[in-house]
Design a protein around this ligand. Structure first.
Ligand code: CAO
Length: 493
């Protein structure tokens, strides 16, 4: 406190010295301004604006009927595969007009990858590109570049996840875009940030490995493991969406766009931060909550893989439930949360553990976790994972059934909340997609099917860019928006 006072004093002293050094004329005029400011009463409008923070009056429209959060935001979506499309799909769900630019005749490579229905867009594509419009443009065709430049002038955000340098090679450098539309935000996903690997192409699992997730996932005795959750792609897409929304918000003040960069390595590390925490803890002794500690196995120099250990302060593990012999998902995640230890002991039939010094405290339990979970498993094997879930939750004991994708697809509550949505598609029929996991009370999610390749080309040229019918016809014959014709020989074959 005393230190703070001295600092304030020093600051005042410095300010005084600075003022004394200033030219007398400047001093005089500064004093005048201060006087004038002091005299002028605050105008009513300014006081009002200050009260509302410059925001409009709260609308009277009922919640959910005042439009969507990102209404009016136009996204030039140059994304492909998974990371970028995840981001723009989320923005589309929140009301942005997402215009997906695809290469004529080919489109996003995922349209044809992992196909389950012949001649229909794959689920890989359809589940990542819902609620968007598709326009085909050959960016390497001069007329195509003209259209792109018009889109740059019209849109608020350009999102891309090409390999490093690809956008520049198209001629769409930051300098060019910023000059064409100083308000445009340019958002990119790359594998790595600036550094030794910045020029590398990256896919999901490379990011999981480079971001520290793989080295800390799996069992100690086995190799590093990648997780099924696409933390590299979808995780980075989520980070990018946040960056875009923040840049849009800042633009309200500055009037100008900026670049937003999310490196997949950074995104994965952000999601794996608890393991960087453990890496630093390791310098001060073994990680006592790891079952490895209880098993008496020494730690090495880096954070080891911890199997199904909880990763938090409350030890947890996966235990078998009734039917595990035939059902690979008949398991329950069980957490021995300290505040409900007495309840756990009573439910599993070990009341003496409540007072037994070997079990009564979290510290005493650490070296015995394996044995404790074995006893809990003995109990959970007598009931299904859902019965166990019901029973333990009655006692406020945290646990969770291991749900298969089949169970999730059939889970009614996820349909009710719009987290899993069924949409209809003209060529593949009905399919399930993941809706918006972020629920906004005044902006209901707009979850629609994905577009066919180039489905909205004419509509966008006409309605968004103002091309006339004749101009559209001329663009069409130029080859800028259509697939290159196959050579006659190939066609004959
Ligand atoms: N018209 C004409 N050309 C087009 C086009 C269009 N509409 N859209 C794209 N292209 C061209 C680009 O100009 C580029 O060509 P050049 O390499 O000749 O300049 C090429 O298509 C795009 O290529 P790419 O290198 O991005 O694609 P790829 O399939 O070789 O690599 C990927 C894919 C994902 C590895 C790479 O894009 C990448 O590393 N992206 C960044 C990280 C990322 O998002 N990874 C997640 C992928 S999801 O698992």
């Amino acid at each position: 406190m005393a230190k703070r006072k001295n600092f304030a004093k020093a600051k005042t002293k410095a300010a005084k010295t600075k003022a004394a050094k200033a030219k007398p004329a400047a001093k005089k005029s500064a004093a005048k301004v201060v006087k004038l400011r002091a005299k002028k009463p605050a105008p009513k409008a300014t006081a009002k604006a200050a009260a509302g923070g410059g925001l409009p009056k709260p609308t009277n429209r009922p919640f959910g009927q005042a439009g969507r959060a990102l209404d009016g935001v136009k996204i030039l979506d140059f994304t492909h595969v998974q990371s970028g499309p995840t981001c723009t799909q989320l923005l589309a769900y929140m009301g942005a007009d997402v215009i997906k630019v695809e290469r004529p005749g080919a489109g996003d490579i995922t349209r044809g990858q992992l196909r389950d229905v012949p001649n229909a867009d794959s689920l890989y594509f359809t589940m990542l590109n819902g609620s968007k419009r598709s326009i085909t443009i050959d960016s390497k065709h001069p007329a195509g570049m003209d259209i792109l430049n018009r889109l740059i002038k019209t849109c608020d955000v350009l999102v891309e996840n090409f390999a490093p340098g690809a956008l520049d090679r198209m001629g769409l450098t930051w300098e060019h875009i910023h000059k064409t539309n100083p308000r445009m935000i340019v958002a990119s996903v790359k594998g790595f940030g600036p550094g030794p690997y910045e020029d590398c192409k990256v896919y999901e699992n490379v990011a999981q490995c480079a971001g520290g997730a793989a080295s800390t996932t799996g069992f100690r005795e086995g190799p590093p493991l990648v997780t099924g959750a696409q933390i590299g792609d979808s995780g980075t897409g989520l980070h990018l969406a946040l960056g875009i929304v923040a840049a849009l918000y800042q633009r309200i003040r500055t009037g100008r766009g900026q670049r937003v960069l999310c490196a997949m390595q950074d995104g994965v590390l952000n999601l794996t931060r608890v393991k960087l925490r453990d890496q630093q803890r390791l310098a001060h002794g073994p990680l006592t909550e790891f079952s490895q500690f209880g098993e008496g196995i020494p730690f090495g120099a880096a954070v080891p893989r911890a199997g199904n250990d909880s990763g938090g302060g409350q030890p947890g593990w996966i235990v078998k439930c009734k039917g595990w012999e035939n059902d690979p998902d008949a398991y329950l995640y069980f957490i021995t949360q300290a505040p409900v230890w007495n309840e756990i002991c009573d439910v599993i039939g070990e009341p003496s553990w409540k007072t037994d010094p070997d079990y009564a405290t979290p510290k005493a339990r650490l070296p015995r976790l394996k044995q404790i979970f074995a006893r809990i498993e003995q109990f959970t094997m007598t009931m299904t994972k859902f019965e166990a879930m019901d029973l333990f939750n009655k006692h406020d004991i945290p646990c969770g059934p291991i749900l298969s994708m089949k169970e999730i697809a059939e889970e009614q509550s996820l349909r009710t909340t719009g987290t899993v949505v069924e949409v209809d598609h003209p060529t593949r029929g009905k399919y399930l997609t993941v809706g918006n996991p972020i629920k906004l009370s005044d902006s209901p999610a707009d979850v629609r099917r994905s577009p066919l390749l180039g489905e909205h080309t004419d509509e966008i040229l006409r309605d968004v860019l103002g091309y006339s019918k004749q101009e559209i016809a001329a663009i069409r014959t130029s080859g800028a928006i259509t697939a290159p014709e196959k050579p006659a020989k190939a066609q004959a074959a």
